[in-house]
Every structure is written in C-alpha cells, then in structure tokens.
Design a protein around this ligand. Structure first.
Ligand SMILES: C[S@@+](CC[C@H](N)C(=O)[O-])C[C@H]1O[C@@H](n2cnc3c(N)ncnc32)[C@H](O)[C@@H]1O
Length: 374
C-alpha cells in the first residue's frame, strides 16, 4: 500500500516534536529486536491479547483488520490465524522487515500485508472491521501512541468496526515504600558532593561556582525525588483503596480527551499506623468489542500490583517527601492533573495535590507536588 505525506484526517501533529527528533527519541528503540522481545516475553500482555483474539474469533473470521504499530507482527499474525481475510500491519520502523519475514515464515503472506510507515501517513485501499493495537505506555498514556490509534480509527475503521482493546482505565493508590529514604539519601549525598566540588574549584582553579547551587539542587531534586519510578509493587505496599483517574472508550475517545487528564478522587487508608510514602499508578485495558457486537469472552489486561503476575509496564511510583503518618479510616482527597511535556509530547508531567482528613475529622496541611514521567 502507498504512503502519503497527507495527514489531514488527524488534524496535524499538534505540539508533537519534528518527525526526525521523534524518530531519534522514540521510534528508534522499537527497531531493535531485543526491545520487541521484551514485550513478546511479557506473559500477562501476551496471554491477554492471545485470549482476546482466539476467544473472540467471530470478530476476526473473514474480516479486514488493521494492526497499528505492528512491531514484530505478532498481533497481525494472530489476527490472520484467527481467520481474518486481510490484515494490514503498519509499522513505522525497520522492524517491518522482520515482521514481513515472520509473516512469510508462518505462511501468512497471502493474508498479512506489512506496510512500513507511520499510520498517520498510510493509505489503505479499504476500510477495516477491526483495529488491533498495543499502544499502552507507562501509566497508560506515556508515549502518546494512542493519538496514532485514534487517527487510524477515524480514517479507517468502518462505522460498525471494533477496537482491540476497547476500553482503558488509569488507577492510583496510596503506597508505602522504603525508596523515599534511599532517594532522599541519594539527593543529600549529591548535594554534599556539590559543596566539596565548589570548595575545590575555588581552591584549585580560582572560580566561585556557588551561585549555581540553586539550579543544581533543582536539577538533582527533579532527578531523585520528582521523577516517577518504575516499580513492581507488592500488594502489601498498597495501604488504601485504589481510585480510577480516567476511563477511556477507545471507540469514541479524542486526542483532546487524553491530552490533559484531570481528576478528583478520594482514597481511603485501610491500614493501621503506617506511612504514606507516595502513590502508585497503573492501568488496565479491556477487550469487550462494541455494545452492538460484543466480545463472546471479555478479556482484561491489568498492570495492578500483584504477587503472581508482573508486567514490563510495572507501576509508576510518585514519592512523597517526607512521608506522612496515616492510619485506617483517613481519607485522601486527591487533585490530579497529567499533561504532556512541552519539550516532548511523549513524556508526561503530573501535578498531584492532596488533602488528608484524619479519621478523627482533623485536617492535615495539604500538599501539592509536581512529578515527571520520563
Ligand atoms: C508497543 S509496540 C507493539 C508492537 C506489537 N504490536 C506487539 O504487540 O508486540 C508499538 C509499536 O508501534 C510502532 N508505532 C508507534 N507509533 C506508530 C505509528 N504512528 N505508526 C506506525 N507504527 C507506530 C512502534 O514502532 C512499535 O513497534
């Protein structure tokens, strides 16, 4: 199929960085097999998509499918094996060549057509019955790849078409963790090292660097204390109820709906005498088909803290420094805003405000912190 530089249906690229920069920062990692292998080895992810396709073959049998961001081609291959009559597998990177080889090696080249290009630029000869895509980044929306799926949906999905996955949700819960002390120690030691550096530079080279202490401290604080951390939380680290930040219907969501995620929600502490050390954020997606054409077997893919299953997405941890004492029955009123970084639309910034009402009714001084999902 052809590609065109037209991108009319997607309303341009918004505040996206130039294509070459985007390629260097984002796409290039996906062109490595080791990176695709990491995703292909995530059993929770693989089982969910596998079951979603093969337990709902009626959505695929004799249908036309578009795989957005095909990578190695795994979802396109499964779609074909489930009976699709045609699958367009669109992949922006050179991984498309490996996908084409896999399709051939699995005798599916009559059904699966691998197209190298951005889905925004691709031109298909027909509309499709199903869009399948694994577009989720850390805390669901990092990478902003869902924009591309929305674009593909608006251009190529038939009015009766189905999205795989069909729904997504972002979650957050209060947590305890020893990492805060460790990160605070790292930050203090970096600042101690800075003071030695200033003394030595003055003594040996005659230049006073002390005026840079404030920006250095800001930079280090951002790095150690304000950048969210990838973590595999144990459920015991979750000290209260989890709240839904955002629900997305993949059939109807627009880029405007996800560009800024604003939410107010209340979380209850469920553990006696413990420390609130921060918040854990994760997501789930569901494969439900559409209301007029539902899935026969609804499948869920969750990245919630679990003893048995962990995913390559893990959870994102937002540290609270210093931690604060909480106990069962305390209520946290959270004010959440996640927006895209101005420098790179695929990275996120989070503002998290919180008021704590103790079980006794007493209010604790509220806090508001800024975090970066890098
Ligand atoms: C998370 S990986 C999933 C790969 C594969 N579908 C799987 O499930 O194993 C996302 C893939 O989408 C590709 N991609 C992201 N945005 C794209 C776009 N706008 N057009 C085409 N491919 C894109 C990336 O290069 C990457 O290979």
């Amino acid at each position: 199929m052809g590609t065109s530089s037209e991108n009319a249906a997607c309303g341009g690229r918004g505040n996206a960085v130039p294509k070459e920069v985007d390629y260097a920062n984002y796409f290039c990692t996906y062109s490595f097999l080791y990176h695709q292998k990491e995703m292909l080895s995530d059993r929770v992810r693989m089982d969910a998509y596998f079951n979603a396709v093969f337990e709902n073959k009626h959505h695929f049998k004799d249908k036309v499918v578009l795989d957005v961001g095909a990578g190695s081609g795994i979802l396109a291959i499964w779609s074909a094996q489930a009976g699709a009559k045609k699958v367009y597998a669109v992949e922006a990177t050179k991984m498309s060549e490996h996908a084409r080889a896999l399709v051939k090696a699995n005798n599916l080249e009559q059904v699966v057509e691998v197209i190298e290009g951005s889905v925004e630029d691709v031109s298909l000869p027909e509309k499709v019955d199903v869009i399948i895509s694994e577009w989720m980044g850390y805390f669901l929306l990092r990478e902003s790849m869902f924009d591309s799926v929305i674009c593909a949906r608006d251009r190529w999905l038939k009015p009766t078409g189905v999205m795989y996955p069909s729904h997504a949700r972002m979650w957050m819960a209060p947590i305890r963790t020893g990492i805060v002390e460790q990160k605070l120690g790292d930050y203090q030691s970096a600042m101690g090292d800075w003071h030695n550096f200033v003394d030595e530079t003055k003594a040996f080279y005659g230049v006073d660097m002390s005026t840079l202490a404030k920006p250095f401290a800001e930079e280090q604080r951002k790095y150690y204390l304000q950048t969210s951390l990838w973590s595999n939380l144990h459920p015991h680290q979750v000290i209260g109820t989890a709240g839904i930040i955002k629900e997305i219907d993949c059939l109807t969501a627009t880029v405007a709906d996800i560009e800024n995620v604003r939410s107010k929600f209340t979380l209850s502490i469920t553990m006696e005498n413990t420390k609130l050390c921060g918040f854990g954020g994760w997501f789930d997606v569901h494969f439900r088909g559409r209301s007029e054409d539902p899935a026969e077997h609804e499948i869920e893919l969750t990245t919630a803290p679990s003893v048995d299953y962990c995913t390559h997405w893990g959870q994102q941890v937002f540290l609270l420094n210093p931690p604060t004492h909480v106990s069962e029955g305390d209520e946290l009123s959270v004010n959440f805003l996640m927006s895209r970084s101005k420098e790179n639309h695929r990275l996120m910034e989070v503002e998290l405000g919180c008021e704590i009402q103790k079980h006794s009714g007493k209010l604790v001084a509220p806090f508001k912190n800024k975090y970066y999902i890098e």
